[in-house]
Every structure is written in structure tokens, then in C-alpha cells.
Write a protein that binds this ligand. Structure first.
Ligand SMILES: Cc1cc2nc3c(=O)[nH]c(=O)nc-3n(C[C@H](O)[C@H](O)[C@H](O)COP(=O)(O)OP(=O)(O)OC[C@H]3O[C@@H](n4cnc5c(N)ncnc54)[C@H](O)[C@@H]3O)c2cc1C
Length: 455
């Protein structure tokens, strides 16, 4: 019992939030035999936006021992993405089959309510104590060190203490906000408006089944993600200033009208929400992701424009690495060194991802097809980058080029880049090898009015 009359439980680690980042951290700690309490405010399954995954994610699921459970979830397999540049009517398809042999040549579109629950259950099954509808209300500090939390659960207040707290509270960002660490990314002042459509007829989809439909126009871009065989997620992303001149319903309808293939895919389908949902305060980052007693992971630390579908991958990877970091400290590693190692890895990942996004908006003015064809090294390196190669080594021409642009540095404080891909350390294209391969034919332009046929 504490001085404030609360029952106290003690753990090796406490994780705030049971999204992909928090579940991955809790899984890793439990797998290492650590006692870990995960506190999640809502009751799963719960809706979450963010449904298209990069192919590198699948390897991460394998590393976490959860890939079979995900496969059994019968999620929509995504073999590629189609890109329609509305201004030029240029339609192309990116086929993940062109990834390097040994890399998973597909990904998934996740209904996040179902996927996030699988991950949370996996953390619990591995040994984490998981409490849902447990709302963290207060961070507890002792001598400037974060030592625990107070939370509300089943109408009562509790206290838990631990050697480390992992903040995986997503956009709520409890620890980052407490320390005033969150900085808005003024290069990417966008908003998203989105809706789910049910009773979708798959035959109305003009693209390859399972592919994400991507469409850009003069004011922004849209996604069309089949999240179930009969449910499609549709979203439009645009500069905040445009939304200020109109309203979400109007903008959503206007942009959908500019994307005939996405509109056709949801012909006759029914909106799932009364009106489209809006996500403001788009992109931000935190210069510091560790400190006395804490790690900050996933959206609690950084949020990048979702145009390349990297959010869940980065969040899970950082969650896993924070778990690894805490375990190593508890085994005797120097805390400062563990913090530095974690931040270098996380910052390399987010810095790379931000650069790919800046390149899309600023260098290619949202023309994904030009970006795919023009970047140094050719299409297969671009595909590898889009697939999640955010820790590419110094020889990878796309990342080398993007990193040469100092004006695109996101983090102000210097950090040491990590060049070892955490999921495919030994499998990636090299320039020598690519010189001997034929060009990736299926990134060629396709007649917009023709049906796309899977190669
Ligand atoms: C419009 C939009 C589109 C996106 N599209 C994609 C995409 O296509 N692909 C992709 O990979 N990513 C996408 N993302 C990003 C992706 O959704 C996030 O990166 C991902 O969900 C982050 O996971 P997380 O675990 O860090 O946070 P979350 O998934 O948000 O989980 C945080 C959890 O913390 C809990 N929590 C919050 N406060 C408390 C508290 N006080 N106590 C206890 N629990 C708390 C919340 O209930 C929540 O469950 C998109 C995001 C947006 C906004």
C-alpha cells in the first residue's frame, strides 16, 4: 500500500497502450522472461485506421512468432499497389513479386481491429499481464526518474511500478507530452479524411484483387484499401489549408470524384460510419525517445504521413527494440548505451521514412510513377525502399541519394545511422546483381481503361 492508499504492484516493465508498438514491446519482454504489465485504455477489438502494410512487416511477424496466427486470420493478401497519376492519366502497378528472392513477395491489408487484437493476445499468451479498459491517468516520478503509473481499472485507481515504462500510447503521447518533446513537422501539414465501405462487390474493382489502389490528383492523393473481401477503406489526404476552406464531407466527395477507379471499386457499397472521420495534427516527431526510466515507441514518438504505409512496421519494430533494450539493461548493459543504441536505430528508420515522403511531395510533386522510374538505381531499388528498407546501407542508391539532401534532415540533434536492416540483414539487392537482371516489366504504363491483369 502506498502513502496515497493505492495497492502497488511491481514489474520489470510497464507498457502504456496495446496497439502494435505496445504489444510488440510487451511480447519481447515476456518472451525474455520479464514481468510486464500492459495497460490498454480501450476494449479490443477496437477500430483503428492504418491498414495497408509494407512487405517487410511480414518478416517481423515471423520474428515475433505470430505470423501463423496472422495467416489464420484470413486477412486480405496484398501482392502489389496500383498508382494512378490523375494529372497525366498514367497508371502503373508495383508488384511485390519483384522483391529480392528470400524476401516475402507480398504483404497484407489489415482490418486493424482484428490484427491489433491478435498482437495483443499474442503478448498475453507469451506471458505479459494485459489489462484492457485500464486507463493510465498519471505518471509517477521519483528524483526525476519515471518509476511507474497510476491507472483507472474497473472503477478503481491502482498504482504500478517498474524499472522501465514503455510509452506506446500512440497519438496520445503521454510521456512525450509530459516533457513537451513533441514537435510538429511543418513540412507535412496534411490531414486525412476517411470512411469504410461495406458490402463491396469485388467484381467492381478494376484493379488486381488485394492491391491497394492509389490515386493522386492536383490537390492530394487517395487510398483504396480492401481490408476485407467485402470492405474497403477509402481515404483522402490533403493540405490542412484546403480543409479549412471547405468541410470534410465535401472534400471527401470531391476527391473521390477525381479518382474514377476507386469510385468504381465501391460502386453500390454502403458507408460504415455516419460521416467520414478526420485526422488532424498530422506529422510530428520527438527528438528524444528515451530518458530516465522510459522508452517512447510508435506513434507516441513519431508520426509520418502514411503515403508509404510504413507506420505499423516502424511502430512494431521500435516496440520490439525497446523491449530488447530494457532486457539488455536488466541483464547489465549500460543504460546510456542502450538508450543510444535504441535511438540510433529508431531515428535512422524514421529519418529514412520521412525522406521518402519528402521526396514524393517535394521532388516529384506527388507523381508516384515518376518517382518509381526516375530515382537513382532503378525501380527494384525503389521497390525495396518502399517495402521497408529504411536501414539500407551506404551503397543503396535510393537511400544514398535521399540522405544526401541535408535540407531533409528531420532530427536536429546528431545521431549515428544504423545500416543493418533489422529484418533482412542479409537479403537485399546489390547494384552488381541488379545490373544482370532484366528490367521490372510490370512497372510499365498500363492503359487506364483496360482491366489490369495479374502477371
Ligand atoms: C489517416 C491515417 C492513415 C494511416 N495509414 C497507415 C497505413 O496504411 N499503414 C500503416 O502502416 N500505418 C498507417 N497509419 C499509421 C498507423 O496507424 C500507426 O503508425 C500505428 O497505429 C501506430 O501504432 P501504435 O501502437 O504506436 O499506436 P496505436 O495503434 O494508436 O495504439 C496506441 C494505444 O494506446 C492506447 N492508449 C492511449 N492512451 C492511453 C492511456 N492513457 N492508457 C492506456 N492506453 C492508452 C490507445 O487506446 C491505443 O490502443 C495511418 C495513420 C493515420 C492517422
Amino acid at each position: 500500500m502506498t502513502s496515497n492508499g493505492l495497492n502497488t504492484q511491481v514489474f520489470d516493465a510497464i507498457v502504456i497502450g496495446g496497439g502494435p508498438a505496445g504489444s510488440s514491446a510487451a511480447y519481447k519482454l515476456a518472451a525474455e522472461g520479464r514481468s510486464v504489465l500492459l495497460l490498454e485504455k480501450s476494449k479490443f477489438p477496437r477500430f483503428h485506421i492504418g491498414e495497408s502494410m509494407v512487405p517487410y512487416l511480414f518478416k517481423l511477424l515471423e520474428m515475433m512468432g505470430v505470423s501463423e496466427k496472422v495467416k489464420q486470420g484470413a486477412f486480405v493478401q496484398k501482392n502489389g499497389v496500383e498508382f494512378l497519376t490523375g494529372q497525366t492519366n498514367d497508371l502503373r502497378r508495383q508488384n511485390f513479386g519483384n522483391l529480392k528472392e528470400g524476401q516475402t513477395p507480398y504483404s497484407y491489408n489489415f482490418n486493424r481491429a482484428r490484427f491489433d487484437k491478435i498482437l495483443l493476445d499474442h503478448a498475453r499468451d507469451t506471458g505479459a499481464k494485459v489489462l484492457q479498459e485500464a486507463d493510465v491517468k498519471k505518471l509517477i516520478f521519483e528524483n526525476d526518474r519515471l518509476v511507474g503509473v497510476e491507472y483507472q481499472y474497473q472503477g478503481q485507481r491502482y498504482e504500478a511500478r517498474a524499472s522501465y515504462v514503455v510509452d506506446a500510447s500512440g497519438r496520445a503521447g503521454l510521456v512525450a507530452k509530459h516533457f513537451n518533446l513533441r514537435k510538429m513537422n511543418t513540412r507535412l501539414e496534411n490531414v486525412a479524411i476517411f470512411q469504410h465501405y461495406e458490402n463491396v462487390v469485388p467484381e467492381n474493382n478494376p484493379g488486381v484483387q488485394g492491391d491497394v489502389l492509389f490515386s493522386c490528383h492536383e490537390d492530394g492523393w487517395l487510398w483504396g484499401i480492401p481490408v476485407e473481401t467485402d470492405v474497403m477503406s477509402i481515404g483522402t489526404v490533403m493540405p490542412l489549408r484546403l480543409l479549412k476552406q471547405s468541410n470534410p464531407e465535401e472534400m471527401f466527395a470531391k476527391h473521390l470524384d477525381r479518382s474514377p477507379r476507386i469510385k468504381r471499386a465501391i460502386k453500390g457499397a454502403t458507408p460504415a460510419f455516419d460521416k467520414p472521420k478526420v485526422e488532424l495534427d498530422f506529422c510530428y516527431y520527438s527528438e528524444k525517445m528515451t530518458g530516465p526510466g522510459y522508452f517512447i515507441v510508435g506513434d507516441a514518438a513519431c508520426f509520418v504521413d502514411p503515403v508509404f504505409s510504413g507506420g505499423v512496421f516502424l511502430s512494431m519494430l521500435c516496440g520490439l527494440k525497446a523491449g530488447e533494450g530494457i532486457n539488455s539493461i536488466l541483464q547489465g548493459k549500460d543504460e546510456k548505451q542502450a538508450f543510444t543504441d535504441f535511438e540510433n536505430l529508431a531515428k535512422t528508420g524514421y529519418d529514412s521514412y520521412f525522406r521518402v515522403v519528402y521526396c514524393y511531395y517535394y521532388l516529384y510533386n506527388r507523381d508516384m510513377n515518376r518517382m518509381g522510374s526516375d530515382l537513382p538505381g532503378g525501380f527494384r531499388f525503389v521497390l525495396q525502399t518502399f517495402a521497408g528498407d529504411f536501414w539500407a546501407d551506404k551503397e543503396q542508391p535510393v537511400m544514398q541519394y535521399l540522405r544526401s539532401k541535408n535540407e531533409w534532415n528531420t532530427f536536429e540533434e546528431p545521431f549515428e545511422r544504423v545500416y543493418d536492416c533489422p529484418v533482412y540483414p542479409d537479403i537485399h539487392y546489390t547494384a552488381d546483381e541488379l545490373a544482370t537482371l532484366p528490367p521490372a516489366a510490370d512497372f510499365a504504363s498500363v492503359d487506364v481503361d483496360k482491366q489490369l491483369v495479374l502477371a
